[in-house]
Design a protein around this ligand. Structure first.
Ligand code: AMP
Length: 212
């Protein structure tokens, strides 16, 4: 951890488009166009604040181990990471969606042991265990929606926004596992060592969230 700079890890992709306006309202503006540059680390208008732009699934790791002091990541990825190695002080209320189970609209014969395809294996395992249901987990990184129609799984666990992706693949949402939005997370040691600047940024971001 660099004690003079404050590094904030942002999730690239659709969350970033909603994150940057909030950061701008909090007076943190990258000096380059983060959507055009291939850089991963950006200077900002604040001399001591740098922004990293990385995959959401890596944000909790960078923050837990202190390579980034703060981060913005979807609650789905924070739950999947499954650690209490950082604080989660602020809900940015952006990139809202739901983590749900989904099944075919016209289910075929069920397997003896429910086969669930997902990239959120940690969350799914915990959720079905809490329901007292034994499942067989199938880890997929994409195109989950195809798994039931190809006989690979009976159900999936995935992010649902409008529900159109499920509908287009003859699936329907079933159980809500968690409401998801982007959260700010903070490294525990940074919170102590860099408390003044982190509190200032959190306060400004909170004001930005409340004014929207
Ligand atoms: P939809 O068809 O609107 O229900 O969108 C579902 C697809 O969009 C899923 O496959 C998700 O991977 C993706 N998606 C929607 N909202 C989000 C979000 N806030 N964060 C990450 N992925 C999302």
């Amino acid at each position: 951890m660099n004690s003079s700079n404050l590094v904030i890890a942002l999730t690239k992709g659709r969350i970033l488009e909603e994150t940057l306006p909030l950061f701008q309202q909090a007076d943190i503006v990258p000096e380059e166009d983060v959507f055009k540059s291939r850089k991963l680390l950006f200077d900002t208008n604040q001399d001591n604040v740098k922004l990293m732009v990385i995959r959401g699934s890596d944000v909790p790791t960078y923050v837990e181990f202190g390579s980034a002091d703060m981060g913005v990541a979807g609650k789905d990825l924070i739950l999947e990471y499954g650690s209490e190695g950082f604080y989660e002080p602020l809900d940015l209320q952006i990139a809202a969606c739901r983590l749900m189970t989904a099944e075919p609209v016209n289910p075929g014969p069920m397997s003896d042991c429910l086969k669930v395809a997902t990239k959120f294996t940690h969350i799914a395992k915990k959720y079905f265990a809490e329901q007292g249901k034994q499942i067989e987990l199938i880890k997929l990184n994409g195109a989950l929606e195809l798994a039931p129609s190809l006989g690979l799984a009976d159900a999936i666990v995935d992010i649902v926004d409008t529900g159109k992706t499920l509908e287009a693949n003859n699936l329907e949402p079933k159980e809500l596992i968690a409401n998801i939005s982007a959260r700010v997370i903070v490294n525990k040691a940074s919170m102590k060592i860099k408390n003044a600047i982190i509190r200032q940024i959190l306060g400004r971001l909170r004001d930005a969230v409340e004014s929207n």
